[in-house]
Design a protein around this ligand. Structure first.
Ligand SMILES: [Zn+2]
Length: 58
């Protein structure tokens, strides 16, 4: 299953400004399930690549 990685510049409390990322699941069958997963993933915060904590978008 393909995954889509989104990037966002954000501010980590430990590492300062980082290129934060989050993964969005790709589409598959059944489509309704994946649509829900993607909707949930879109609401998750971006994560610091160094320590994995949620960062604030800048
Ligand atoms: Zn960090």
């Amino acid at each position: 299953m393909a995954k889509e990685v989104q990037n966002q510049a954000g501010r980590c409390a430990t590492h300062g400004t980082v290129e934060a990322t989050r993964e969005i699941p790709g589409m598959g069958f059944p489509f309704v399930v994946y649509a829900i997963w993607r909707a949930v993933a879109q609401r998750r915060p971006f994560l610091c690549p160094e320590c994995g904590v949620a960062v604030q978008a800048t």
